[in-house]
Design a protein around this ligand. Sequence first.
Ligand SMILES: Nc1ncnc2c1ncn2[C@@H]1O[C@H](COP(=O)(O)OP(=O)(O)O)[C@@H](O)[C@H]1O
Ligand SMILES: CC(=O)OP(=O)(O)O
Ligand SMILES: [Mg+2]
Length: 361
Amino acid sequence: MSRVLVLNVGSSSVKYSVFDGDDRLDTGLTERVTDHAAAIRALAAHFEDPALTAIGHRVVHGGTRFSAPTLIDGTVEAAIRDLIPLAPLHNPANLAGIEVARALRPDLPQVAVFDTAFHRTIPEAAATYAIDAAVAAEHGIRRYGFHGTSHRYVSRRTAALLGWPFAELNTIVLHLGNGASATAVRGGVSVDTSMGLSPLEGLVMGTRPGDLDPAIPGHLHRAGLTPDEVEELLNRRSGLFGLAGISDMRDLLASPAPEAALAFDVYCHRIRKYVGAYHAVLGRLDAIAFTAGVGENSAVVRAAVLAGLEPLGIEIDAALNEVPSRQARIISPAGARIAVCVVPTDEELEIAAQTRSVLTA
Ligand SMILES: Nc1ncnc2c1ncn2[C@@H]1O[C@H](COP(=O)(O)OP(=O)(O)O)[C@@H](O)[C@H]1O
Ligand SMILES: CC(=O)OP(=O)(O)O
Ligand SMILES: [Mg+2]
């Protein structure tokens, strides 16, 4: 039996799990992380297990080069490093995880599982930005999409929950964590997603704005901010934090400040827009799945996002929505045309399976 340690280093959290096959032997979560390298080093004891056979890593940006899980060597590590400008909150932290793992267990194979991989199926019409085609080609400017490991896992779990073949179900997955993204999944395949070249586009997040008028960065630059200051503003001082000074949804919901109420409204309005857009992209919509920290735990957010969408066939049962549970579950009324579900993501389980698939291939 192969034993795999998985590291999932996100923008605000570090998660690890140890699996024997699909059995989770151990798991842990550090939240509200600012120093990722220190949070990873604190896990050193978990790397020492002599029964480990591999280490699997979540890596956020894989560019066009990686569409499958990949055994990490110096060349792969350099490629992940080259993509840092496109994922400045994530790829450095993912590399820190790889470096700590290599230092502690040079004897073990390490595998990278990329957030971008699931989205390599997005059609050109959705992946192409309407700018000068030669400039876009020269600079690799296209929609890559992120959280793909989660969108893949959750869309498959949603099909299992509903008893539908994965290859026939059309789903909108709303991954609402510190980073957040929406994906339209048609028959098991990602056909559009809200994050783009980088994990900045789309939904409002803890510290990132999501969609913006593209004039804004240039306007701020001409007003005196350096390009690095604009990047910093957009990655770390926007989103819920920019609007209300609070990036964590639990704290935002507990705040009585009017800025917090506005931030909540902006956050939910943006998600609603994407639900409508992806309903149109899919044509026939069968299911909406809420996942990740906010999506799994906040009944208030789920209710606000979908309120008033009954004319689209989208409805939540208020009592079912409020039931606290860690299980995948349906929260739409019995007989609803579109199933609304809460489906806990498990990026670590998916990364462990993909890690094993590389080593047994
Ligand atoms: N009970 C809850 N109610 C509302 N939000 C929650 C709850 N539990 C966690 N969250 C939110 O989930 C977000 C973190 O989600 P998570 O998926 O763990 O993040 P990451 O993007 O770092 O992986 C935070 O904004 C946190 O406040
Ligand atoms: C891609 C991304 O935003 O990831 P996270 O939600 O972990 O920050
Ligand atoms: Mg996450």
